[in-house]
Design a binder for this molecule. Structure first.
Ligand code: SF4
Length: 492
């Protein structure tokens, strides 16, 4: 059953990947929801086969790293039995289905997506013919609530929208460097058929020779967006429709595109951390910060104890590398907070650690120019005592432009460019750089913490309001203005 010899760019349970720090296994957690029993078993495996910790990924998967002992087929069968490995090993490399971590507990959501995600995952994992799909084939399902995943990079994005008294899922497709908002609306019960039909059309055209497809090729397998470019969206959708027994419903133009999809409040990234009321009266969820998405096995056991003792026995991993403890009765919030603290964890969205992201870095990845994880921790330690924030500041360390840990823009991106040196980016991209505008070219790490401290102090002193994010602040200044303010320590 163990298929580690098959070369795929993305790891799975059956398809391990070699990394600099040992073998890496990824366990798919559809929708990010894991039971305490499953979580404890993963902790036991990380203890026995790995280095005593797991990482949460930006698709809400669990990764066991530094595996140096062969994982046995008994373990793989156990993972299948508890629902943490696909019954069909050939499709286990396909990406986790992303869903809103607050599905079913968010008072703003239009529809609870949990059952749809479970059914779609079952569909994918029981269809061996989907195995030739690119391992990057990815789906997000957003219930239209406050904590959105519809802006995360995925091949297929289904977002709940309300039209009249009906709830539909709007279909958006990834075109590689942009997205197409198709005018297609799906009834919830149509989603699995339509995703299945998309996969079929994709596979039918995946044998096209690469030189006849597009210039976007980066993987040995054809990506869905390449097929879309090659066929054209309309023809692709017509072929999808030909696999269905009903016509696809198209959104009338008179409804003004999909502005209806964004009419609900939006929990800005990381503001799901801390304590939030659920749609269920008297119950709350607590967003717990996991520094750099890492959990040691004793912390996993402690969190499972809390979820079992005070919640409903499940935990929800998020694509922001943290997790939610849900269904906590009001009267136990204080007690649960102190138990989280006892695990050396916290829930505040405004600490430097709260929105700090780093890829594997040079200790785990041969492509990395820098030791991102250790540098990120040193930076956080330095800033923690010196800077006081009132809202999250997302700082992203990446060891190379591939940007595995975070695909969207951050407030500050630190791109490793050579040993111990980082290019400092701020705010949104100006189309010359993937990560935002370049503020400084190559900063030696020892100079980085005081420099970032100055940037944060300038932002805190000069922002328009307490609600302006660092990204917004950076976007409304030129690079020269920003550099001058940093040099003068905010006195411009
Ligand atoms: S972003 Fe680059 S350096 Fe970091 S883990 Fe990915 S491939 Fe490796």
């Amino acid at each position: 059953m163990y298929l580690s010899s098959i070369s795929v760019p993305c790891p799975g349970v059956f398809y391990s990947t070699s990394a600099r720090d040992g073998t890496l296994f990824r366990i798919r957690i559809p929708g990010g929801i894991v039971t305490t029993g499953q979580f404890r078993i993963v902790a036991d495996l990380a203890e026995k086969f790995g280095a005593g910790y797991v990482n949460i990924t930006n698709r809400a998967n669990l990764q066991i790293r530094e595996v140096r002992t062969q994982i046995t087929s008994e373990v793989l069968h156990l993972l299948q039995d508890i629902g943490l490995a696909s019954p069909t090993p050939g499709v286990d490399h396909l990406r986790n289905i992303m869903g809103s971590p607050t599905a079913g507990i968010d008072s703003e959501e239009l529809i609870d997506t949990r059952s749809l995600i479970r059914k779609l995952d079952h569909y994918i994992s029981s269809h061996a013919e989907l195995a030739p799909l690119s391992p990057k084939f990815s789906i997000a399902i957003d219930g239209g609530g406050a904590l959105k995943v519809c802006d995360r990079p995925n091949d297929i994005i289904l977002t709940a929208v309300e039209l009249g008294t009906q709830i539909y899922f709007h279909l958006k497709l990834n075109l590689g460097e942009s997205f197409t908002n198709t005018s297609i609306l799906l009834q919830p019960q149509e989603c699995i058929d339509v995703v299945g039909a998309i996969a079929k059309v994709y596979l039918q055209h995946s044998a096209i020779k690469k030189e006849n497809v597009t210039p976007y090729r980066k993987s040995p397998k054809i990506r869905l967006f390449e097929v879309l470019h090659n066929l054209g969206i309309e023809r692709f959708l017509q072929e999808v429709e030909s696999h269905l027994s009903y016509p696809l419903l198209r959104l009338p133009h008179s409804l003004g595109g999909l502005e209806i999809a964004s009419s609900h409040p939006h929990l800005t990234r990381y503001l799901h951390l801390g304590v939030h009321p659920q749609r269920q009266q008297e119950l709350s969820y607590i967003g717990v910060v996991l520094p750099l998405g890492k959990l040691e096995t004793w912390q996993i056991q402690g969190l499972a104890d809390i979820a079992q003792g005070y919640g409903s026995g499940t935990l929800r991993l998020t694509p922001w590398l943290n997790l939610l403890l849900t269904d906590i009765p009001q009267q136990y919030i204080h007690e649960v907070k102190s138990k989280i603290e006892n695990l050396n964890l916290h829930w505040s969205a405004t600490k430097i650690y709260s929105a700090l992201v780093a890829c594997a870095g040079s200790t785990g990845c041969a492509s990395s120019a820098t030791d991102t994880k250790n540098h990120a921790l040193k930076l956080a330690e330095y800033l923690d005592q010196r800077v006081s924030l009132n809202q999250p500041v997302n700082i992203h360390f990446t060891g190379c432009p591939k940007s595995c840990a975070q695909h969207n823009n951050s407030d500050i991106t630190l791109l490793g460019v050579s040993e111990d040196k980082y290019q400092v980016h701020v705010g949104d991209s100006d189309h010359e750089s993937k990560f935002g505008r370049v503020l400084y070219q190559a900063v030696h790490f020892p100079q980085l913490p005081p420099l970032i401290e100055k940037i944060l102090q300038v932002y805190i002193a000069k922002r328009l309001t307490r609600h302006e994010s660092l990204r917004e602040f950076a976007n409304r200044h030129s690079i020269a203005q920003l550099q001058r303010m940093v040099e003068e320590g905010g006195e411009v």
